[in-house]
Design a protein. Structure first.
Length: 380
């Protein structure tokens, strides 16, 4: 049991200085003053600090990405400490280009391992290629019967994709939506968007010409290219959910895109931000030859948040939603995640006035205290 005393609480809305009591992995009570009733309760003094929801990173290559420059470029698996240091208490794992030397079995196993180590983990079945690689032989069955699986990943407008047809995307989206309904999960198609000429054309055709709800298909990396971003903001304006990727700078950085979206009247609740952590980034020449390759960091998620507030002057409440509340609602895990509320999961960050992370609590367990990691992965 943990009692946090007199801390400024952002749920992500500011609700004042409160005491927050945690037990059995959940937020049990939020009040102006909670008396200590047992010496078994750990007391954390919150004076001069802020309490915010733990971050939800909805796009991480937990088993490692890469491999596009031969075997030596395969990115290693992520470790628990990297997520904790980044303030991430809930993560969504997925595959990328490589579903040949990596597979869904490995992805689900890694998700279960991270859950055993203390954080919350979901995954998407599938990968860039189509037909989608699965564990059960069926995307629909993966979502319905595998606890961690909440959707499917595919790729479009990318030279590494399988160039899905209209009928294939429509059928996949329909199957995923039904699977989500049957299992009570998000049931979404996460679409890696590349730099290709067709952009969102195929997605728009499926949404416009079928009865599939627009929120079923979720394009990500949409801030990688100006033309793609224009299409994507229009998609969000129509009610779709789009995901911005950290590590892209200048006018295409998530923080600048959100400022632009606000001026255009885009519903900001339709925008989420993710790190693409442990995925590879790469540059190719006009002939498709790889010029440069590297790996993304999950720390970019929290750094983007800090930059929004400290550099661009976003209100703390507004900035938090893109990493917490918006994501939990989009993933159908609200109100368990993404909010500080009685009976919600105790996934919390304590930060100072410079937004430096001091304490991380995941599922009610102290993972970091006063900047010191208390919990590491099994082999760290």
């Amino acid at each position: 049991m943990i009692l946090i005393k007199k801390i400024e609480v952002y749920d992500p809305q500011y609700i004042g200085a409160k005491d927050v009591f945690i037990s059995n992995g959940k937020i049990t009570l939020i009040d102006d003053n909670i008396e200590t009733f047992s010496n078994k309760i750990k007391i954390i003094e919150g004076n001069g600090k802020k309490l915010i929801p733990g971050f939800i990173d909805n796009h991480v290559h937990i088993t490692g990405g890469g491999g596009e420059g031969s075997f030596k470029t395969r990115v290693p698996e992520i470790s628990l400490s990297k997520l904790i240091e980044g303030g991430i208490t809930t993560v969504v794992g997925l595959l990328g280009t490589d579903s040949t030397t990596r597979n869904i079995e490995n992805l689900v196993a890694k998700a279960k391992a991270l859950k055993e180590e203390g954080i919350s983990v979901y995954v998407h079945t599938g990968a860039y290629e189509y037909p989608s690689p699965t564990l059960t032989g069926s995307v629909k069955k993966d979502i319905v019967f595998i606890e961690e699986v909440i959707g499917v990943k595919i790729a479009l407008s990318d030279h590494r994709s399988s160039s899905l047809s209209y009928d294939e995307l429509a059928r996949l989206a329909s199957d995923v939506r039904i699977a989500g309904m049957l299992s009570g999960k998000a049931g979404i198609v996460v679409v890696h968007m590349g730099n290709g000429k067709k952009g969102l054309r195929l997605i728009n055709e499926v949404i416009d010409e079928t009865d599939i709800p627009i929120r079923t298909i979720r394009p990500t990396h949409v801030n990688r290219k100006k033309e793609l971003l224009v299409e994507s903001l229009e998609y969000a304006k129509k009610g779709g959910i789009i995901d911005l990727t950290c590590g892209i700078y200048d006018e295409l950085s998530p923080r600048n895109v959100i400022k632009r979206a606000e001026t255009l009247g885009i519903p900001l609740e339709n925008i989420t931000i993710s790190s693409d952590g442990y995925g590879s980034w790469s540059r190719y020449d006009d002939n498709g030859n790889i010029l440069e390759i590297g790996a993304s960091s999950v720390n970019s998620l929290y750094e983007e948040f800090k930059s929004m507030v400290l550099d661009l002057g976003f209100d703390l409440e507004k900035a938090l939603k893109f990493f917490t509340l918006n994501v939990s609602i989009a993933l159908n895990i609200y109100p368990e995640k993404g909010i500080i509320k009685e009976n919600s999961h105790a996934d919390l960050l304590i930060v100072d006035n410079n937004l430096e992370i001091k304490t991380v609590i995941a599922n009610g367990e102290l993972m970091m205290d006063e900047g010191q990691l208390l919990k590491k992965g099994t082999y760290e």
